[in-house]
Design a protein around this ligand. Structure first.
Ligand code: PHB
Length: 368
């Protein structure tokens, strides 16, 4: 009884600054830099400006890179990086070396956009998806915003090739010096398109039942885990996010099944976007049910600040907290939280594309 109380008291004292073990590393803190698309990788190759940007943020316990394509077919935005050829490996090696030199830990987020793309990225070929269902909205292309078009449904015979591309990308990430990979199964991109029944009406073993809709994710996770070790593979999901016209008829049971299926594999973590893209939460969805079903570390993301982050960790509702925009605008976010310093104001106009401005020139407390 006394021991239990002591344990509980010790847990109560855990906060964002408590070290934690992940993927064979002891992280200095529980603050994760969330994946952030910045569209500054001309030619799909990570560059020295990006190395500087990530190195500036290496006081995060863990950095997760921006979405990084596993193949040319996976591209859906201008100037996003890839990780499937030697050129891209060399580019990312500069990033991982720079982050490691500062004592940081960095995972690559592996991304296939699926139907959230446009033929202009694919020499006029159609983007691919689980089913030929056109999302509402417009694609961001090199020629400006263009309406989404109806994608081509992947054939059953093509799916092993997609899984192989994830395996290859994980191998490339290892060669590039990454400490692990995150499978992007969130925000309406290819894997999420398979999971949710609004975008997946397949009648083969990849559609219909929950087991079938989760199959692609599990096969990808298994391929990446076999390649680099399951303890170096994390997964990101976004159960209530309707971004990219994604929908599901029963999100709680769908994502409870996803969380259960990912449990017991020895994965690095489950990373959950708990809000919509604009930051709204939902009373109809209970995130705790995901945490209860997954046996590994739980990273929470979506509108957290210093206090809410500490509270969630102290109450054992999350193990780590991912911050997106706060890390974008504050390279030294952990130090600012630690000292209670004011935060920089994010500049929306420079989020996507451009140069150093709004990227590597946000001040630190030290530079101010
Ligand atoms: C975006 O570019 O808007 C974007 C990319 C990846 C995400 C979410 C948003 O997961």
């Amino acid at each position: 009884m006394e021991q239990k109380l002591e344990q509980r008291e010790a847990e109560m004292n855990i906060n964002l600054f408590s070290p934690i073990a992940l993927a064979g590393h002891t992280l200095n803190n529980r603050m994760v830099m969330a994946p952030l698309t910045r569209n500054r990788a001309a030619g799909s190759v990570a560059n020295t400006m990006m190395a500087k940007y990530y190195a500036q943020r290496s006081s995060a316990g863990l950095i997760i890179t921006e979405g990084t394509q596993i193949s040319e077919q996976g591209v859906g935005y201008p100037a996003t990086p890839g990780i499937y050829n030697q050129h891209q490996i060399d580019g990312w090696k500069r990033v991982t070396d720079a982050v490691h030199a500062q004592g940081g830990t960095i995972f690559a987020q592996l991304w296939h956009c699926g139907r959230i793309s446009h033929p202009s990225f694919h020499n006029g070929e159609l983007p691919v998806a689980p089913s030929a269902i056109k999302p509402a909205g417009e694609a961001v292309t090199y020629e400006g915003m263009q309406p989404f078009i109806e994608p081509r449904a992947l054939s059953n015979e093509e799916i092993p090739g997609i899984i192989e591309q994830y395996r290859h990308a994980a191998a490339c990430a290892k060669k590039a010096g990454f400490d692990g990979v995150e499978i992007h199964a969130a925000n309406g991109y290819l894997v999420d398109q398979f999971i949710r029944d609004g975008s997946n009406i397949r009648t083969d073993q990849y559609g219909g039942s929950l087991e079938n809709r989760t199959r692609l994710l599990l096969q990808i996770v298994t391929a990446a885990g076999d390649e680099i070790g399951f303890h170096k593979v994390g997964v990101r999901i976004s159960p209530i996010n309707a971004f990219n016209d994604i929908s599901d008829s029963a999100p709680q049971s769908t994502f409870n099944h996803v969380a259960s299926s990912l449990s017991g594999l020895g994965l690095a973590y489950l990373h959950v976007v708990e809000a919509s893209m604009s930051g709204e939460t939902s009373v109809d969805f209970d995130m705790q049910q995901l945490r209860d079903r997954f046996d590994g570390l739980y990273i929470a993301n979506g509108g957290y600040d210093h206090n809410r982050g500490n509270q969630s960790i102290a109450e054992n509702r999350a193990d780590m907290i991912a911050f997106g925009v706060p890390f974008l605008a504050n390279p030294d976010l952990p130090e600012r939280f630690r000292t209670g310093a004011a935060l920089n104001t994010p500049d929306q106009a420079t989020f996507y594309g451009g140069d150093e401005h709004g990227y590597t020139d946000y001040p630190t407390l030290e530079s101010e």
